[in-house]
Design a protein around this ligand. Sequence first.
Ligand SMILES: Cc1ncc(COP(=O)(O)O)c(C=O)c1O
Length: 408
Amino acid sequence: MSDKVKSHFESTPNAEGYYGRFGGNHYPEELRSALEELTTCYQELRQSPEFQSTLKKAQIGFQGRPTPIHYLENISKQVGGAQIFVKREDLNHTGAHKINHCVGFGLLAKRMGKTKLIAETGAGQHGLALASAAAYFGLECEVHMGEVDISKQSSNVGKMQLLGARVVPVKTGQSALKDASDSAFNAYAEQHEHALYAIGSAIGPHPFPMIVRDFQGIVGREAREQFTSLSNGSLPEHVVACVAGGSNAMGIYTGFIDDPEVVLHAVEPLGISEELGKHAATLSYGRPGTLHGAESIVIQNYDGTPASVSSIASGLAYPGVGPEIAMLYEAGRLSIGRSLDKEVVDTFFRMAKFEGIIPALESAHALAFAIRLAAERPSSERILVNLSGRGDKDVDYVLEHYKPADFV
Ligand SMILES: Cc1ncc(COP(=O)(O)O)c(C=O)c1O
């Protein structure tokens, strides 16, 4: 790890789990002892060479790390501006970056003597990664998922069940990601004696955002090393990631956060319009509030309750962001991008047709923005995009609703 990366890890969060004014621990008293136990165990275990070497073994053999960096030559040439590179997190086992922290939580649960992992999922990628990690470590697994997402992402549901997980349908609210998170937190409160909550993103009360960021940091550490070795030691001018809670973004930002010359772009889902309820662009339209046990930025109704959100990508339909993302945004370290559903679908088809890669709809938000950015920037500049997941899960939905001929 470079000294620059290390300095970021050392300064956030503070001992109370705050990132500037965001974060903290705003969960009911009954979870306090569970969260304290988790913080203490994690701080001890992360120092353990045995823990780190077991994690590394799983990352290499089970997950397939390191994932490569790849130049999108055809699209870059078509655009004729800056060069676009992707960090291929889609090549991870189970097809997305989520496995990075699921394997970490699995090992943590094992070492803490827990027998079960609990989580929420939106697109199903986190649930699938967690079910696989649970099977690998010999743990039970319970995944909470909104009914809307269950019907949209049915192939992932079947896979989770095949891997031995129990999928709990959630019918409250919008029957989507936020409601699944509420339901999973309740299950954790009831079962924390023997279960660990393996949260799906860098969200929630302390220590979850820190643990997820730390495990996802492998993406940025690898990307920095790989990029500098292919570019005579230089860094990319731009790093781009889509943001819901911020796990893939914090992962790749980790490698570049202390290099102010690298612009960090956070791409939000603009859905079908900027009207409340028609998007999930939290940093653009949210305001400070508390969600899932942490102070952050939240899209809210007038009365302060979390608002309904919408995105073609189930994994981005969340009305908040993780506290570290909120802090970086407020500190002016993030540049905000937005992609509309229709731009995302266009990019989905374009990546498939011209690059031979089908991206997850979540990742296609980052790619759509990167393509627009490349058109505005000179060919001397390099844009590194976190290609957070593959789009197999989205193919049926996209082909049912859109015709390739109407796009690229
Ligand atoms: C492939 C993929 N990318 C990105 C995300 C967004 O989550 P996060 O902001 O935590 O990276 C998801 C969430 O399900 C996802 O499945």
